[in-house]
Structure formats: structure tokens, C-alpha cells
Design a protein around this ligand. Sequence first.
Ligand code: 13P
Ligand code: SF4
Length: 318
Amino acid sequence: MELMAKYQALIREILALKKKKHAIILAHNYQRPEIYEVADYVGDSLGLCEAAIASRAKRIIFCGVKFMAESAKILNPAKDVYLPALDAGCALADSINIETLRELKRKYPKAATVCYINSTAEIKAECNTICTSSNAVEVARKLKNKEIIMLPDKNLAKFVALQIRGKKIIPAKGVCPIHHNLGPEAIKRAKQEHPGAKLIVHPECQTNVLELADFIGSTSRMSDYAKKSGAKEFIVVTECGMINKMQEDAPEKKFYTVCSLCYDMKKITLERVRDALKYDQYKIEVEPDVAKKARAAFNKMFELTKLKAQKSKVKAAA
Ligand code: 13P
Ligand code: SF4
């Protein structure tokens, strides 16, 4: 590929450094396509947690946003986790603070607290369990509690509420601006332009968008759906980088997108990955007591969903 030719020298330098430093590189699906070239595993938030656990490498270079690197550190206290751009944050994770969470807990004392992985370590530490976009419905269904506070994303909470009977889902007020602002009009227009295409939507979108979808799922599930589907064309509603991964996974299919850019996800560049390896920057630390409580919340999620880290997720663990 022409684009990749431009990066060849840098890619070679990163691969050599990765070997020398016994590191693995984990990358979220929304990363730039050239980052995929140096990654040992590319996936969604849940897959990235599993890959971080499964790897034997002592050093993880995490290409994503801060809550993802923090989650890898929480789950792997003995490993060194680096985020190549320290200011790669997440507006959704920042949309709730501890005071608001405690207020919700006071208001609904019998409710379980389920926090979306897109949250800070401090918020995770104060919740009963965690969910990701790929297991939110399952986690809510399997909890024994009849009342569940889901935070911070109100759209994900509404999506879960629509799938579950007999439980009260109490949403917080946060949203991911990237997904929340994708309205139904542009999607309806795209459907008119591509009448044969299946519509794939991320659950951080609003209900009036989810209602139009043929499939709703996490970023990796979106790609799996397109790969396995008999359809040849898809309209993908999420962050703009997603169709690069979907096109790579299913080169024979056609993808259109109604999307917004998550600038935080794009803060990771190959140069920054090289520097992360070369200069050991920027090391992610989570205060041990916070990490211990957040790990307990993660373990509850693994217990509810009976998930085990799959070794096969990491193709070349050091
Ligand atoms: P996934 O877990 O579906 O990859 O979602 C992460 C995310 O940040 C979506 O905006
Ligand atoms: Fe956070 Fe939204 Fe960016 Fe995902 S797309 S990392 S939820 S701001």
C-alpha cells in the first residue's frame, strides 16, 4: 500500500525496538491504520483487556486512550504500561465525577453500580462491577439486583434497558459527544443512497439511531458481523477510523460511514509509538488501593461473563 510505503522506515524501527524492549503493542480499532501495522493485537475494549492479561510481555505499549491503558495496568499490576500520548483522554470517561456517583448511590441504596469501562480508575474503584460495549447487556442480566445504576453513558444504559425485562436500569447523564451527535437524518440519507446496505451502529449512539440499525455492537463485533454477513455493503455509524479496520478484515465488502472523529484516539502516531519505546514514556500508574478495588470490579465482570483471557489474542507476545 502506498500509504504504508511512506512509513516503512519508521515501522521497521518500531518493530526492532519492540523486540529489543520485549514489548507488545496493543491498539484499539479506532487507531490510525498505520498503527495496525506495528500492533500485536487490534480490538475493542474487552479484547484489549484480555490481550493485556494473556501476554507474557512485561512491557505494554497501549495505543488508545487513557482509560484503556489504565485498565491494562489495573489488570496487570506487575507489567509496565505506556501510553504514547499522555493527553489522549475520553470525554465520556470525564463526564462523571465521584460526587455524582456517590449521590446516585445514596439515592438508590439497593442498586448495583455498573460502570462502563470508559471511566476513570477512581470511578471503577467505587463500583460493584464493570461492563464494556460487548457485554453490558449480559452483565446487567446476570446481576441479581433488580435495580442497576449504569454509568457514565446514558445511551448505553438506555440500550441495555431496552434489552432487559424486570429490572430498573438507572442511567447517569454522561454521553460520548462523538456518538451522541450522530443524528438519524444523516443516517436516513445514507440508507436512501445505499438501499441494499446493512446498518451497523455502536451502542453509544442515541436510541433514535439505534432503532434504525440492523446490528448494534462493540467495535470488534461490528467488524465480525460484517465479515460473517451475507450482505456485501454496510453503513457504519461510529468513529470514522472504524471502517479502516472493517475494510482490512473484509476486503471484498464495501463500507460507507456516518461518523465523527475522536481526536483523542488520533493523538497516537507512529512517531509517538517509537518515542514511547525509545524513551520509556509515558508510564501509567494507578494508586495501589484504587487499583485493588477497581480490579475487584473487573473480576466481578469476568466472573459474571465467565470470561478467560485468550492466549491466541496476542499473536507475538514477547
Ligand atoms: P469498544 O469497546 O466498542 O471498542 O468501544 C470503545 C469506545 O471508546 C467507543 O467509543
Ligand atoms: Fe471516548 Fe467517545 Fe472517543 Fe470512544 S469515541 S474514546 S467514548 S470520546
